[in-house]
Design a protein around this ligand. Sequence first.
Ligand SMILES: Cc1ncc(C[n+]2csc(CCOP(=O)(O)OP(=O)(O)O)c2C)c(N)n1
Length: 378
Amino acid sequence: MLTGDDGAPVQLLSPDGQRRPHERYDRLLADLDSDDSNALLALYEDMIVTRRIDAEGTALQRQGQLALWPPFLGQEAAQVGSAHAINRDDFIFASYREIAVAYVRGIALPDLMKQWRGTQNAGWNPFESNMAPTQVVIGAQPLHAVGYAMGVQFDGAESAVITYFGDGATSQGDVNESMVFAASFQAPVVFFCQNNHWAISEPVGIQAHVPIGLRAPGFGIPSVRVDGNDILACLAVTREALEHARAGHGPSYIEAVTYRMGAHTTADDPTRYRDANELEDWKGRDPIARFEAYLTGSGILDDAGRSQVAEKADAVAAAIREATIHMPDPEPEELFEHVYAGPHAVLERQRDHFERYRAGFAEHSNHAPHAALTEGGH
Ligand SMILES: Cc1ncc(C[n+]2csc(CCOP(=O)(O)OP(=O)(O)O)c2C)c(N)n1
């Protein structure tokens, strides 16, 4: 059974990168400690690459190549650490900000960008990756996750479901309803809340007068708070929670305490509502700097390793840029595809109407207004 322990977030790496032994969680990292550190370097690489993807996404939006981008700068440990805990046959339901989760999941690079360029509603086939399209409707996806987890349970499968959402989402009825169902049916689902302290301009303290992780036990769901800027702690607690679900012990809840260092999206200006000192304070707790200090201090990472990873990050960013810039525009009628699994009479009627509407423009352009003018019609 998971617990909130003493309420302090679980931490396995101190802010200056020292490994802290932990009676309960060390078991869950035993493979990392014994595999010649390849797994540790893989975690580091994914953090560096995803931070680079984030910077590239922001730049592409500024250059008019993307409609919008939701930066996750500062949340790399929470996303990469937890995503490394997920098995291939587990299913993920995430929000728009979990781009690092999608990257770790192996979603193809161009597919990460389609939603943000606006060429597709969703960028990938959820059943190829066992990851649903990311959700922009706040708090909707935990409902989908619990429904899916109940299906997993009915099938008797030994897999788990994980759903990601933000601190702001916990105020939505949907999230609370999904916890009622998860607890009632003991569904094999992990609720992973990234408390990044802000729901656009609303600070978390307004909606939550107790730590968000403490709400779940009220639904009968065991919960743990974790330092969301400590990648090893995020990996360990998520592994434990997923094991708990796969073993048939029901739902659990993780509150990863982290910070959104960037803007809510590229359409937002956080300097209008956020104190600069707060940001400075959290920059001092940068999740990558902390892990890098640990790896360097234990001799796992050196300058050669660092530049190798930086090269990989640059290559991924270049591939993303190339794919985004050359992404073909869809035909407008494609909007009607993938709404239902099969044909649907109402949708067919709408498509037909839309096609005639578009054809009307073509006719109109044959009788262009300027032609009428030159013919002296006005
Ligand atoms: C149902 C719904 N209400 C409002 C919005 C507008 N909205 C977009 S993001 C957001 C804040 C979400 O904050 P949080 O859940 O903490 O996630 P974060 O963006 O910090 O990752 C809101 C209110 C929405 N997308 N969906």
